[in-house]
Design a protein around this ligand. Structure first.
Ligand SMILES: C[S@@+](CC[C@H](N)C(=O)[O-])C[C@H]1O[C@@H](n2cnc3c(N)ncnc32)[C@H](O)[C@@H]1O
Length: 210
């Protein structure tokens, strides 16, 4: 049985998905990162590790990847998969602890934060805490970004991420269910993602200065 489905049966509101992301979605998300240089990357809610495997296969030998997974069994599953790779740390903890964990691992900033957690069903206070922490620890460089894949685009459309300088969204139809992939930049001069052949791309600037 797929480990995500098994854990969904135990905690449906936390896991929120019965099948891992499709190859097309995984590729879309990974293509939003520049792996040519050493990076510090955090992944929220890796589940059974489908995005993680792609990131690990692409990332620079001197990069570091911190995985935040709340579910105990999925965390163990991830630990076994990546035990031979000392670039990867599996943290069986809430992703709201990102600043503390970065500090504990000796990193000042993150270059990318990739998230698959079900933001739309989180309570408002938790959502704000995670989004504010993420913004705070992102590197102040143009490439640095928070990348999410979600069924709804509510973080973007409801203004939850207006503290980010700029956002780009596209819709990935080749996933069950289809998902929005949104990249939020910390800086106004943030990099541009390549335009998708199969999805919608829209650009938005919150107009705020940071
Ligand atoms: C929809 S699944 C995504 C799984 C995988 N990333 C994929 O694309 O198939 C969401 C995952 O986020 C985890 N999760 C939910 N809330 C979390 C939180 N606050 N911190 C860390 N992980 C969380 C769940 O345990 C679950 O494994």
């Amino acid at each position: 049985m797929n480990p995500l489905f098994k854990r969904f049966l135990k905690s449906p509101f936390q896991v929120a998905s019965i099948v891992p992301s499709s190859k097309a979605l995984i590729r879309r998300v990974s293509e939003k990162m520049d792996f040519a240089h050493p990076r510090v990357i955090a992944e929220f809610g890796p589940g059974e590790g489908c995005h993680t495997r792609e990131i690990v296969s692409r990332m620079h030998p001197e990069s570091k990847l911190l995985l935040f997974e709340l579910d105990d069994e999925l965390s163990l599953h991830l630990k076994k998969q990546f035990e031979a790779d000392n670039r990867v740390s599996v943290l069986n903890t809430d992703c709201a602890n990102l600043p503390h964990e970065l500090d504990r691992h000796g990193h000042l900033h993150c270059d990318y934060v990739v998230s698959g957690i079900p933001f739309s069903i989180l309570e408002k206070k938790k959502k704000q805490e995670i989004l504010e922490n993420t913004f705070r620890v992102l590197s102040p460089e143009p490439h640095a970004a928070f990348i999410i894949y979600q069924v709804t685009n509510e973080l973007h459309s409801n203004g939850h991420c207006d503290h980010f300088a700029k956002a780009e969204s596209e819709y990935c139809l080749r996933n069950l269910p289809p998902m929005f992939v949104t990249k939020f930049y910390k800086q106004h001069n943030g990099d541009h993602s390549p335009r998708s052949k199969n999805g919608r791309v829209e650009r938005h600037s919150s107009g705020r200065k940071h």
